[in-house]
Design a protein around this ligand. Structure first.
Ligand code: FE2
Length: 227
């Protein structure tokens, strides 16, 4: 099977953005499919690590729920979407021996892994019309208590889009099955997000995510689908 992104798109493999009811936002997101530089970056990510490629699309989607719930503008939401797609693009630079290691990382490997936001920033800066999003992408592992990386930024010093991404990223990482651990169930993930709201996570973004995700799950319960 070909793994060219253009073929993947034709085959419908690329996950579609969910819950995009705003026509202007939909138009902007569709325009991304023809953005050669973004697609080239995403193709590299797909070839390097399909798990991270798919994770990035889920994060971009989850971040949209938060953006919608917070009433962000279409422009902010499309920026958030691009940041979601490309936040881990720096992992294309991370050695396979670290990125795909089927077990816990050594301290040295862990520090190599933690370089990926800086690599993401560098790669996004190479694309002129999205280069201004590089700081938000660099900061996607910053925590509001200052214990994040790579710059240990605190509170409002962290771009708001990055604070949204961290919630979406953590939710997906906790609910996905990896070779070295099983996924955590959704309600335990909510508990963890809420427990760490105000230290690791932005409280506003956390509340918005849990409320909108719960609303979605309630809507998907049997018997509600026909409503
Ligand atoms: Fe990351």
């Amino acid at each position: 099977m070909s793994n060219k992104l253009s073929d993947i798109l034709k085959g419908g493999h690329r996950p579609k953005a969910q819950f995009v009811e705003d026509k202007e936002l939909q138009r902007l997101m569709e325009a991304l499919n023809t953005h050669d530089a973004i697609n080239a970056l995403l193709q590299n990510l797909w070839e390097k690590d399909p798990y991270t490629y798919e994770h990035s699309h889920r994060v971009a989607d989850f971040a949209q729920w938060i953006g919608k719930s917070l009433g962000l503008s279409s422009q902010d939401r499309v920026e958030l979407y691009v940041c979601g797609l490309l936040h881990d693009i720096g992992k294309t630079v991370t050695p396979d021996s670290v990125l795909k290691k089927p077990g816990p990382l050594t301290p040295e490997e862990f520090s190599i892994m933690r370089e990926h936001p800086v690599h993401s920033e560098t790669l996004v800066k190479t694309v002129d019309d999205i280069a201004y999003l590089a700081p938000a992408i660099r900061a996607h592992h910053e925590r509001i208590d200052g214990k994040g990386y790579p710059d240990a930024l605190v509170g409002d010093a962290i771009p708001f889009l990055s604070r949204i991404l961290l919630v979406a990223d953590t939710f997906d990482a906790m609910t996905s099955t990896r070779v070295y651990r099983k996924e955590v169930d959704v309600s335990r993930t909510y508990d963890e997000l809420i427990r760490c709201s105000g230290t690791q996570f932005d409280p506003e973004a956390t509340r918005a995510f849990v409320a909108s995700h719960q609303k979605l799950l309630d809507g998907l319960k049997p018997g509600k689908l026909a409503a």
